[in-house]
Design a protein around this ligand. Sequence first.
Ligand code: ATP
Ligand code: MG
Length: 261
Amino acid sequence: MLKIKNLSIQFGQQKPAVEDFNLMMEEGEIVSIVGESGSGKTTLARAILGALPGTGHITSGDILFHGESLKEKHNQKWQNLRGTKISMIFQDCGVTLNPIRKIGSQYMEYIRIHSSLSRQEARDKAMDMLNKMRLSDSDNIMNSYPHQLSGGMRQRVGIAMAMTFQPELLLADEPTSALDVTTQAQIVHEMMTLREAFGTGILLITHNLGVASFMSDKLIVMQHGKIVDQGITKEVITNPCSDYTKKLLNSVPEIGGERYV
Ligand SMILES: Nc1ncnc2c1ncn2[C@@H]1O[C@H](COP(=O)(O)OP(=O)(O)OP(=O)(O)O)[C@@H](O)[C@H]1O
Ligand SMILES: [Mg+2]
């Protein structure tokens, strides 16, 4: 489904933020990327979405979605893919949601931009997705402003929106790191259910090696813009190549004498 070949990305004339990145991702697969701050994780996700900020640009390599280069897509084609076949959830959806508009009006507008549904149909669809994310009082949620919801609820709204058109690929950049541990576990569970229900492939970016190893089929470890470990999650964890990954594994806390990796 997604193939990234020798991708390098640079901001202006700085040294590359991402260097020679390679990835093969199949339908319904969950791939996690872990790595320290500044290692290029968000930059990579934004490149896949065609939304590099500022002076960011691809210097070499390619990104293929079902064999078609995303690099060569024209704006209109991008628009059609983005938010439908490929969508993204961010660290704190509260930041992405407009604070001065009610959830319902933002959500319905989003649906109507990407489809030809009527207002009523868009409303029904939004409520249905909120229910699927176990936000059961969906009427109330639709009538709320983002700040009236808890962080976990906002994140569920963000995931519901991202899942509206049953994307084939969900890019999730630190979707749980702003949340407490219990809520994190619920969101992780929710995302795994979506994979089961819709066959959504998920590219998960996280600092949390525990979450990554629990959720993902494949694991990628990045440092300074480069891949230092990559493979089947279990293999990477039991037999890491790089010293950096070994260090990461050693720093995962033990809980009650049990390691969660
Ligand atoms: N808008 C930007 N303008 C210029 N340089 C940028 C920009 N965004 C990122 N960079 C550069 O790209 C590098 C990688 O940043 P990126 O945000 O991708 O890291 P990250 O792995 O997502 O970090 P974090 O874990 O903190 O989110 C940074 O070191 C920075 O130098
Ligand atoms: Mg980031």
